[in-house]
Design a protein around this ligand. Sequence first.
Ligand SMILES: NC(=O)c1ccc[n+]([C@@H]2O[C@H](COP(=O)([O-])OP(=O)(O)OC[C@H]3O[C@@H](n4cnc5c(N)ncnc54)[C@H](OP(=O)(O)O)[C@@H]3O)[C@@H](O)[C@H]2O)c1
Length: 266
Amino acid sequence: MKIAFIGGGNMGEVIISAILAKGLSTPADIRVSDIKDERRQHLKQAYAVSVAGDNRAVAAEGEVVVLAVKPQNLTEVMAELNGQLKPGQLVLSIIAGARIDTLCRGLSHNAVVRAMPNTPAKIGQGVSVWTATAEVTGPQKARAGSILGAMGGEFYVADEKYLDMATAVSGSGPAYIFLFVEALVEAAVKIGLPQDMASELVMQTLLGSGGYLQKSGRAPAELRRMVTSPGGTTAEAIARFEQGGFKELVLGAVVAAYEKAQKLGG
Ligand SMILES: NC(=O)c1ccc[n+]([C@@H]2O[C@H](COP(=O)([O-])OP(=O)(O)OC[C@H]3O[C@@H](n4cnc5c(N)ncnc54)[C@H](OP(=O)(O)O)[C@@H]3O)[C@@H](O)[C@H]2O)c1
């Protein structure tokens, strides 16, 4: 599959690397346009893909045109590509907050997929939520699904409204988990554990708990109750989390992210 990338920064590189690792395209089928020569040289050397500084020329050659610039650069990119894309080309945008309607109007093109990946995509463990316009054909949807699936899990949704919700949950979610890990390590050090040991214990607890949750097939609340004996140490800690309004705090944070995502989308 011939893929053109407009923007070869962090996420562009993650997708290129995943596509090549899964054999969805060969380096000869991937063209990348980036404003920065340094990025172009890096991608050429690391993945043997062809690179250029001309968005229009690169976009013309993709069966799939991936938009991977930052939101603040979208307007200039759309102005350049407006009216340039052929009906059979599929646009796949990963730009946070960029609505399908904005993309279709800005590009004068109707076959558009909008996706929200997340950072664990860098190790093939991401999750992407995506939607497509009615003009996207079945084979194009399959292509979009395979590109996003190369970076981990992928969820197609028929309604774009779920994209802003997913942004607040899976898009920003890794940062919430990192914050909790950070807090747990700091607490571990405060009660007297050496830093290295605290980091390792928390890391293994995170990985082990995630893997156990996934493999056990049980609900998190059930697993939590199983490790919480009445009158025990875990019960003491959970009671403090509850007194502090832990679940309400998480809800407030997710709602704040969701509202921000809606606002950014206009
Ligand atoms: N990072 C994530 O975890 C994540 C997750 C989900 C979605 N996203 C979305 O992915 C998109 C890309 O994010 P990123 O982290 O990969 O950003 P990034 O590293 O800044 O990559 C964007 C690249 O595009 C270049 N660029 C800027 N203007 C351009 C133009 N007019 N034509 C061609 N190239 C241009 C940038 O160059 P300069 O640096 O010189 O501007 C940069 O090299 C964003 O829209 C973001 O919302 C990111």
